[in-house]
Design a protein around this ligand. Structure first.
Ligand SMILES: O=C(O)c1cc(=O)[nH]c(=O)n1[C@@H]1O[C@H](COP(=O)(O)O)[C@@H](O)[C@H]1O
Length: 236
């Protein structure tokens, strides 16, 4: 099933059963889902098969970061399981990203390949501590340009960086943005956040939303509230 919603719901659950319980409360025509490290490490590829069977397009978010050959093989393995999108860390560098992209091309795999720039939990101080003295926005720009140059489909970034990246890399370049917080929602461990409407206005192409939907009493209602916020009001 294909889906044209920009919403990607992060199934950050500790077990296959818990993730499917949540997925069964969502509509695959109104969102895609993201499977991350904890869920995949616990459940393995079974979770992908179960979600595909329910009609969801899946973003496999394992943020690969290793030597080029290892990452290319991992990206191929993900794509062969039919995932819609997979990601690597842009910090892995040009040869790693090019190897991953070339591997997909060589095997005719159409999975979208994107790269994480600077995690939305990172502040300028966090970057400084790992040897990056540039402000987060500058480092994101550098990594996004490198990612585009390597022929990837887009980046994961904070919505606060989407507008600048739309200018630099063009509107077609995917800007997948976590750190989305509807008005009044708890920020949690996220630092560079925006509301869904602000993020789309800034040029994000996809919004990754976790806890504001998954922890809601009625997840589908929370998703529809976000959808409503994104739909421009009709003129009278
Ligand atoms: O790659 C990601 O999806 C990601 C990158 C990033 O920089 N920040 C970030 O929060 N994420 C993921 O996006 C989701 C955000 O979840 P919430 O903070 O609960 O909305 C989590 O699954 C994170 O792993």
């Amino acid at each position: 099933m294909s889906c044209d919603s920009p919403l990607i719901i992060a199934l950050d659950h500790p077990s296959l059963d818990a993730a499917l319980c949540l997925a069964d409360r969502l509509d695959p025509e109104r969102c895609r889902v993201k499977v991350g490290k904890e869920l995949f490490t616990r459940s393995g590829p079974d979770v992908l098969e179960a979600l595909h069977g329910r009609g969801f397009q899946v973003f496999l978010d394992l943020k690969f970061h290793d030597i080029p050959n290892t990452v290319a093989a991992a990206v191929q393995a993900a794509a062969e399981q039919g995932v819609w999108m997979v990601n690597v860390h842009a910090g892995g560098g040009r040869r790693m990203m090019e190897a991953a992209r070339e591997r997909l091309e060589r095997h005719g795999l159409e999975t979208r390949l994107i790269a994480v720039t600077v995690l939305t939990s990172m502040t300028a101080d966090d970057l400084l501590e790992v040897g990056v003295s540039a402000p987060p926005a500058t480092h994101v720009e550098r990594l996004a340009l490198l990612t585009r140059d390597c022929g990837l489909d887009g980046v994961v970034c904070s919505a606060q960086e989407s507008a600048r990246l739309r200018e630099l890399c063009g509107p077609e370049f995917l800007k997948v943005t976590p750190g989305i917080r509807p008005q009044g929602a708890a920020q949690g461990d996220q630092r560079r956040v925006m509301t869904p409407a602000e993020a789309m206005a800034a040029g994000s192409t996809h919004l990754v939303v976790g806890r504001p939907v998954t922890q809601a009493e009625d997840p589908m209602a929370a998703l529809l509230d976000i959808e409503k916020e994104l739909t421009p009001p009709r003129s009278p």
